[in-house]
Design a protein around this ligand. Structure first.
Ligand code: PLP
Length: 377
């Protein structure tokens, strides 16, 4: 299927040529179980650890701080499920703009006696001072995403971790600061070692790697206790035979996305600026905050999201009327409404998301098409 005029990369980024080749090569080169002790198994294990080292090098962390999973949803689950090992329930602080993979833990935690506080995010931004005000002696976990998947808002994780670390000084236990960093990986500056983040989730299919593989970064393994250590794979954090070909392909996609990062960032910033200008001229309202990820632009038209999305689809442009993961369910809060915009504007919002492969021509064609559609608004 042609990839032209695809503007839904935040939902999934089709596998790059490089990661398809990497996957095929790894699948045929390493057909054995990395836990097997025979030669084939040992070679597979070596390749697994080399992939981990490659990811660690790119992210400037230590290989033992990375756990391969089946995707960000599983990485997030490991962090939240880990709370169930605690002898006593305490407080969990999250934001109202978290992905459903985080929010879906609220009912379980509440049922188990946890106090879940959801912070507001006016204009898409969670304020460090609101985190500070919500911290209590009982707080065990703070979960604030790095980049929002609907509007691209970049959260100030450094400021948030600073208030947590300051508060923690008076406590005997550590408060885990988890950040779902799926939409940040390779797209906005993210320094895991300097940010004070304890744990972060990543997904390969948002950066051109395969679906069904992801990563959990954990600063210190002791912070997270797995519910499924099974055969002890992944340092006892995630049992089960490793998806080696996908992991190797992910590590290559990761290295690739960080290649010539500065130039890519500059180019994406220019494309985003052009989109903002062009779509504003076409009569659309910009919902993404200033300083958002250049890869995601949320806008509202005078038409309901589904209608506008379908009209664009009819003209060959793929955009999203929300986050793909929540499109089916249509439940929960609308992120644009949480930002402080009215219901009507929220219900007419669409997400346009790009990747490094998005061309100037595609952006110009999208702007021209929306301008042509203006008479139908
Ligand atoms: N978190 C965010 C911010 C996302 O955008 C997504 C994907 O939509 C996920 C988590 C879930 O990722 P995965 O599909 O790897 O489970």
């Amino acid at each position: 299927m042609a990839m032209q005029n695809y503007f839904d990369y935040a939902a999934t980024c089709p596998m790059s040529e490089l990661s398809i080749r990497s996957y095929a090569k790894a699948a045929s080169e390493y057909p054995f179980n990395p836990s097997s002790k025979h030669r084939g198994g040992r070679e597979a294990h070596k390749a697994l650890e080399e992939a981990r080292e490659k990811c660690a090098r790119v992210l400037s962390v230590m290989p033992e701080q990375l756990v391969f999973t089946s995707g960000a949803t599983e990485s997030i689950s490991m962090v939240f499920e880990s709370l169930l090992w605690q002898k006593k329930p305490g407080r969990v602080i999250i934001s109202r703009i978290e992905h459903d993979a985080v929010k879906s833990f609220i009912p379980l935690l509440k049922e188990k006696g946890w106090d879940v506080v959801q912070l507001k995010a006016k204009d898409g931004i969670v304020k460090a001072e609101d985190v500070k005000a919500a911290l209590t002696e009982e707080t065990r976990l703070v979960s604030i995403m790095s980049v929002n998947n609907v509007n691209g808002a970049v959260e100030d994780v450094n400021a948030i971790s600073a208030v947590i670390r300051e508060y923690e000084k008076s406590l005997k236990h550590r408060i885990i600061f988890f950040s779902d960093s799926v939409q940040a990986l390779g797209k906005v500056g993210l320094s895991l070692s300097e940010s004070g983040i304890d744990a972060a989730s990543f997904s390969a299919h948002k950066i051109g790697g395969p679906r069904g593989v992801g990563m959990l970064y954990v600063r210190k393994k002791e912070l997270i206790r797995s519910l499924a250590p099974a055969g002890g794979q992944e340092g006892g954090m995630r049992g089960g035979t490793e998806n080696l070909a996908s992991i190797i392909s992910f590590s290559d996609a990761l290295e690739d996305i960080y290649h010539e990062r500065a130039e890519k960032e500059k180019r994406m910033a220019a494309l985003n600026k052009r989109l903002r200008e062009g779509l504003s001229e076409a009569g659309l309202l910009i919902n993404s905050p200033d300083g958002a990820s250049p890869y995601i632009l949320n806008v509202s038209s005078p038409l309901p999201s589904e209608v506008f999305t379908r009209m664009l689809d009819d003209r060959g442009f793929s955009v999203s009327s929300g986050s793909a993961c929540s499109n089916n369910a249509r439940k929960g809060e609308n992120i644009i409404e949480v930002m402080g915009y009215g219901r009507e504007r929220a219900m007419s919002s669409i997400r346009i998301s790009m990747f490094d492969s998005t061309s100037e021509k595609e952006v110009e064609d999208l702007i021209a098409t929306v301008k042509e559609m203006k008479s139908e608004f």
